[in-house]
Design a protein around this ligand. Structure first.
Ligand code: SF4
Length: 313
């Protein structure tokens, strides 16, 4: 990395200091990631550039929009920090735009794959509902709506024309579902309890991140694929299927398979671990996964006899 880029990123990262014990963003992240990040604030070198660049782009867009709206601050409340005490912990968060004390908007700079892989916008719902709950607790204001202004940094007109599941415009406002306050409160307390419990757990014993949390998904929407191999010398799969049930049916119907055949269960790439998790170099699960990848022992093998005898559980 060029020295000037390193300096910019270092100054930029020093600029943001953590406030309180846990933030709204930490509540929606996997406890393993949050706990390891708190223990090892120094980011993994491989990820430093990617994270810093993404944050820098995001901050640039936020600052510019804030500058544009600043003269209208009787209507728009911008970048307000929320802070409160809950279960003996200081909980904090910053919302982006509150319009007329009613409608909240959060600006997200992201890639188009975010919509393709997470059409339900799960984490955005969680985060915005936490802010809505905090605003009610702190200021007594009940919001009428929560919304995301998504800005797709890599948006391409050709992709939008080709696929309806691709964002159809480079900037889209998504109205989110406002949860009942009791539901949000329950969610926050559960998450906070999980994080507090992790404080005393050694690194290697922290609860594992789920497949969903590791952003482990093929573009077809599944986390596993089943490759039917005729024998160990076969260069290519006879067929790749997306469900276990279809695989069993295919194996039963295909006369060309025998006891030398097998099914290789292939797992999707752990996108978050590989490219976005700042603590992957401290995570024993990721380090084992990497070793399995290097040794070609990641995929599970199911012998054909087991499948044909109905013993594949
Ligand atoms: S590397 Fe993956 S499994 Fe490990 S903490 Fe990060 S996201 Fe979770």
């Amino acid at each position: 990395m060029h020295k000037i880029i390193k300096d910019i990123f270092t100054i930029f990262n020093d600029h943001y200091t953590k406030v309180g014990d846990y933030s709204a963003t930490e509540l929606i992240n996997p406890p393993r990631v949050v706990t390891l990040k708190n223990r090892y604030p120094e980011c993994s070198k491989d990820i430093f550039m990617i994270r810093s660049a993404a944050s820098l782009f995001g901050s640039g867009v936020h600052s510019y929009i804030e500058k544009l709206l600043k003269p209208y601050d009787s209507k728009y409340q911008l970048e307000q920090r929320l802070q409160m005490k809950l279960m003996d912990k200081k909980l904090s968060g910053i919302y982006d735009i509150l319009v007329d004390n009613k409608d909240m908007y959060d600006i997200k700079t992201c890639k188009a794959w975010k919509l393709i892989f997470d059409p339900e916008m799960k984490d955005w719902h969680e985060q915005q509902n936490i802010y809505a709950w905090m605003i009610k607790q702190i200021h007594g204001i009940e919001l009428k709506s929560i919304n995301i202004i998504a800005m797709y940094l890599d948006w391409m007109v050709g992709n939008a024309m080709r696929s309806k599941s691709y964002p159809q415009e480079p900037i889209i406002v998504y109205p989110l579902k406002l949860w009942p306050y009791e539901k949000t409160e329950h969610f926050i307390i559960n998450k906070l309890q999980e994080l507090i419990a992790c404080e005393d757990i050694p690194d290697d014993e922290l609860p594992p991140c789920t497949r969903e949390e590791r952003w482990e998904k093929f573009p077809e929407g599944v986390t596993k694929k089943y490759a039917v191999m005729k024998n160990k010398d076969a260069k290519r799969a006879a067929r790749i299927l997306l469900s276990k049930e279809d695989t069993i049916q295919y194996c039963k119907e295909n006369k060309g398979l025998n006891s030398a055949s097998y099914v290789e269960i292939r797992y999707a790439e752990r996108k978050r671990c590989e490219t976005y998790c700042e603590v992957n170099n401290k995570c024993n699960h990721y380090l084992t996964y990497k070793k399995d990848m290097e040794n070609d022992t990641l995929f599970d093998i199911v012998p054909m006899d087991l499948i044909l005898n109905g013993k594949w559980i």
